[in-house]
Write a protein of this length. Structure first.
Length: 478
C-alpha cells in the first residue's frame, strides 16, 4: 500500500507540473520544449496509472499523442519536426531489433524454426488474408469506393494480412525476461520466431518504399523489388567484411569506456542508416543490418546494456507520432473501425494458440512449450503499426483500414498482456487435453547434444572493463 501511495503521489506531482508547463504558455509560441515536456510528463502519469493494470507503457504514449493532437499541440510542433521524430524512432527500433539477431542460435534450432517459424508466418498470413478479403472486403471495389487506385487492392490485402501476422518483439521479449522463460525451450524458439518476423517486416518495409506514389521516376515494381534484394545482399556482404576486419578491434577499444561504447554504437548504427539514405536505400534496413552485425560481436551483451535506453526513446517518439496521426481522424472514422478491429484482435489472440499447437505437434514439441509459445506471441506488432502508417501515407490504406489495424494492435496487446499474467493457470486448464503431444520430443535431446563444453576456460562474473583486462591477461598466456 505504501508503494501504491508513493506512486500515486508521484503521478499527481507530475500531473501538476505538466499542467503548469502547458498553462504557462506551453500551448502557444514556437518553443518545442514546452509542449514536448508537457506531453512527456503526461505520458509518465498515464504510464504509472496503466502499470496498475500490468499494461505496456506504449498505451500511454499513444494516448498522450492523441490528446496532444486534439488539444492543439500539433499546431505548435512543426509537422516536419514530428515526422523526423517518427523516422528516428523507427530507425532506432529497427536498429535494436537487429541487435536481437542470434545467427548461431538460429542455426542451432533451424529444424524447429523451419516448422514453427515459417509455419506461423505462412499459416497466420493465409488466415489473415482470407479475413481481409471475406470479412473486411478489401478488393478493387473497396479501393475505388475509398478513392484509392483499384490496382492497389492486392498490395493492400497483402500488407493488411502481414500486419495481422506479425507479433510484438517488445512484448514477447519483455514477457520472456520478466517470467524467467527466456532460457527455456519455448522461449528460445519464440526468440528465433521473432527474429524471422523482424526480417520479414524489414523486407516488407523496404518493398513498401517502392510503392510510394510520390516517388519520381523509377522502374517497374518487379525491377524495384529485385534491386532492393540486390542492395540488401550487397549491404550484407560489405558489413560482413566490416565486422570481421574493423568492428572487432574497434569495439574492443570502445568497450574500455561506457561513454565510448555508447557513442560508438549510436554512431555506427545511425551512420550506416545515413549511408543507406545516400545510396537511395532504406535507412531502416541499414539500421537493422547494423544492429545484426553488432550482435555478432563478443561485446554484444554490454552493448545492449548501454544502448537499451535508445530502444525506449525510439518507442516514445514513434508511438507519440502515431497518436498524432490518429488525432487527425474524424470521430466517426475512429468509431467506424471499432467492431472490425475488436473482432480481428480477438481472432488473432485466440487462433494463434491452436496454430502453434499444430506446428508444435508437427515439430515434435511437447504440449506445454507449444501452448506457452502460442499464448506469448498471440498479439499484433509494433511493426504492424509502422506498416499501417506507411500504407496510409502511400495510399494503400484508407483511414478505415489504418484505424482497424491500429485497434487490432492495441486490443490484442491488451488481452495478450493480461493472458501473460496467467500463463501457467491457462495451461493447466488444457493440460489433460494436450498429453498426447508429450513424450515425442526430440528437441531437448538435440539441444543437449549441442551444448557447449567448457574446457580450460576462465569464467568471469560481471563482464565489464575490469573483466576485459582479466580476459586479455589470460588470453595472452594461453
Amino acid at each position: 500500500m505504501r508503494l501504491n501511495m508513493r506512486q500515486g503521489a508521484f503521478a499527481l506531482i507530475l500531473l501538476f507540473f505538466g499542467s503548469q508547463v502547458y498553462a504557462g504558455n506551453g500551448g502557444v509560441g514556437n518553443s518545442l520544449i514546452e509542449p514536448l515536456g508537457a506531453m512527456l510528463l503526461a505520458a509518465a502519469v498515464v504510464a504509472i496509472i496503466l502499470s496498475y493494470a500490468k499494461q505496456a507503457s506504449l498505451f500511454a504514449f499513444i494516448i498522450v499523442g492523441v490528446l496532444g493532437g486534439i488539444f492543439g499541440v500539433r499546431e505548435v510542433i512543426n509537422k516536419d519536426v514530428m515526422t523526423a521524430f517518427v523516422d528516428i524512432g523507427i530507425t532506432l527500433l529497427l536498429f535494436m531489433a537487429g541487435m536481437e539477431v542470434d545467427i548461431p542460435g538460429l542455426i542451432k534450432r533451424w529444424k524447429l524454426l523451419l516448422i514453427n517459424g515459417f509455419g506461423q508466418i505462412i499459416g497466420l498470413f493465409g488466415i489473415s488474408a482470407a479475413l481481409g478479403l471475406l470479412y473486411v472486403g478489401i478488393d478493387a471495389s473497396y479501393m475505388e469506393a475509398a478513392g484509392l487506385p483499384a490496382e492497389n487492392a492486392t498490395p493492400a490485402l497483402i500488407y493488411f494480412a502481414l500486419c495481422l501476422t506479425l507479433s510484438s518483439t517488445i512484448l514477447v521479449i519483455g514477457t520472456l525476461k520478466s517470467t524467467g522463460q527466456i532460457a527455456q525451450e519455448h522461449g528460445q524458439v519464440a526468440l528465433g520466431l521473432m527474429v524471422l518476423q523482424d526480417i520479414v517486416a524489414v523486407v516488407a518495409l523496404a518493398i513498401l518504399g517502392s510503392l510510394n506514389p510520390d516517388k519520381v521516376g523509377g522502374a517497374s515494381l518487379g525491377v524495384e523489388v529485385a534491386m532492393i534484394f540486390a542492395k540488401m545482399i550487397g549491404l550484407a556482404i560489405v558489413l560482413y567484411f566490416v565486422t570481421k576486419y574493423l568492428l572487432n578491434p574497434l569495439f574492443k577499444f570502445f568497450a574500455h569506456s561506457g561513454e565510448l561504447l555508447f557513442i560508438g554504437t549510436l554512431g555506427y548504427g545511425m551512420g550506416v542508416a545515413g549511408l543507406c539514405e545516400v545510396i537511395h536505400f532504406s535507412s531502416g534496413i541499414g539500421a537493422f543490418f547494423a544492429g545484426a552485425t553488432l550482435a555478432a560481436l563478443p561485446y554484444r551483451h554490454e552493448i545492449e546494456d548501454k544502448v537499451e535506453p535508445l530502444k525506449a526513446f525510439g518507442i516514445i517518439l514513434f508511438f507519440m507520432g502515431l497518436g498524432f496521426d490518429i488525432s487527425e481522424l474524424k470521430p466517426e472514422q475512429m468509431l467506424g473501425g471499432l467492431a472490425e478491429g475488436f473482432i480481428l484482435a480477438i481472432l488473432v489472440v485466440i487462433l494463434t494458440i491452436p496454430l502453434m499447437l499444430l506446428l508444435g505437434y508437427l515439430s515434435r514439441l511437447n504440449g506445454k512449450p507449444s501452448f506457452l509459445m502460442g499464448a506469448i506471441i498471440n498479439q499484433s506488432s509494433e511493426f504492424s503499426l509502422m506498416l499501417a502508417v506507411l500504407c496510409w501515407q502511400y495510399k494503400l490504406f484508407d483511414p478505415h483500414l489504418f484505424i482497424v489495424i491500429t485497434l487490432v494492435v492495441l486490443i490484442s496487446f491488451f488481452f495478450s498482456s493480461l493472458g501473460h499474467q496467467f500463463l501457467d493457470p491457462l495451461y493447466n486448464v488444457f493440460a489433460k487435453n494436450l498429453n498426447f503431444m508429450d513424450g515425442r520430443s526430440t528437441a531437448a535431446a538435440e539441444s543437449a547434444a549441442e551444448e557447449f563444453v567448457m574446457d580450460g576456460h576462465v569464467v568471469i562474473m560481471e563482464y565489464n572493463e575490469l573483466a576485459i583486462e582479466i580476459a586479455d591477461f589470460y588470453a595472452q598466456r594461453g
